[in-house]
Design a protein around this ligand. Structure first.
Ligand code: DGL
Length: 262
């Protein structure tokens, strides 16, 4: 891909929920997506290992001519984004659980957050709570096993439903009327989450806000591409054939997927 593309990464297919928002808002941009599937789920890795993987991927994107990097992963943002920003000066747009809009929107006064264990254990999440947590009660729930269900393409099956019922129960029992999807894999479970949570509960995801922030950053840098139709390429550190089966169901356009040679 020609220099001047936008590099986007996640531990797997979850970041596609952000990539689709970027594609919709910025159709002229060339996009390169890296799924670090060989090391997923990040939520179970140590912060050091997540930082190491995020740095490796960002270095690759920068060396290959990215004009901006999007960390399409709440977990990598939570533990690695500040480190990445000390290493590289290009725009690095990241994602965090939508606690701020949720505390503004709640009527019940209780907000539920679904995220990975690593995100919820991070000082960055603690800082987010310190900033907005006094405006509402924020109840968090770690969701081990959910990322694997999404990676396997099981978005509605019995095991996924069982896991989600268990994770949502304490949030709903606490009276949450806002459920924050604090992991980019979870928007692919939105249908099931809405079904279990019921119509009175609002489900919030962050992909469109990340795309809007990316647009602002590109505009400010004078590197926004507005003419023509950009290409999208996918790389994975895992098995491309395995990822292709899920990718084809998640991505509406023709897919160019290759193995990532680190
Ligand atoms: N999709 C990622 C996130 O937003 C990573 C999940 C994982 O690999 O554990 O947190």
């Amino acid at each position: 891909m020609q220099a001047g593309f936008i590099g986007v990464f996640d531990s797997g297919v979850g970041g596609l929920s952000v990539l689709r928002a970027i594609r919709e808002l910025l159709p002229a941009e060339n996009l390169l997506y890296i799924a670090d599937s060989a090391h997923a789920p990040y939520g179970d890795l140590t912060p050091e290992r997540i930082r190491e993987r995020s740095e490796r991927i960002t270095r690759y994107l920068v060396e290959h001519g990215a004009k901006a990097v999007v960390v399409a992963c709440n977990t990598a943002t939570a533990v690695a984004v500040e480190h990445l920003r000390t290493l590289y000066s290009l725009p690095i747009v990241a994602i965090e659980p939508a606690v701020k809009p949720a505390v503004h929107r709640t009527s019940s006064g209780t907000v539920g957050v679904l995220a990975t264990s690593a995100t919820l254990a991070s000082p960055r999440y603690a800082a987010l709570l310190a900033r907005y947590g006094d405006r509402a009660r924020v109840v968090a729930q770690a969701c081990p096993g959910l990322v694997e269900r999404v990676e396997q393409g099981d978005w509605e099956g019995a095991e996924t439903r069982r896991l989600l019922q268990g994770y949502l129960a304490p949030l709903l029992a606490a009276g949450a009327d806002q459920i924050v999807l604090g992991c980019t894999h979870y928007p692919f479970l939105r249908g099931l989450i809405e079904e279990i949570a019921g119509a009175a509960v609002e489900v919030l995801e962050t992909g469109p806000a990340v795309a809007a922030e990316l647009r602002r950053r590109l505009l400010a840098a004078g590197t926004l591409q507005e003419c023509g139709r950009g290409e999208v390429r996918f790389l994975t550190s895992g098995d491309p054939q395995r990822m292709a089966a899920v990718l084809l169901r998640l991505w509406p356009e023709e897919v160019a997927l290759e193995a990532w040679q680190e």
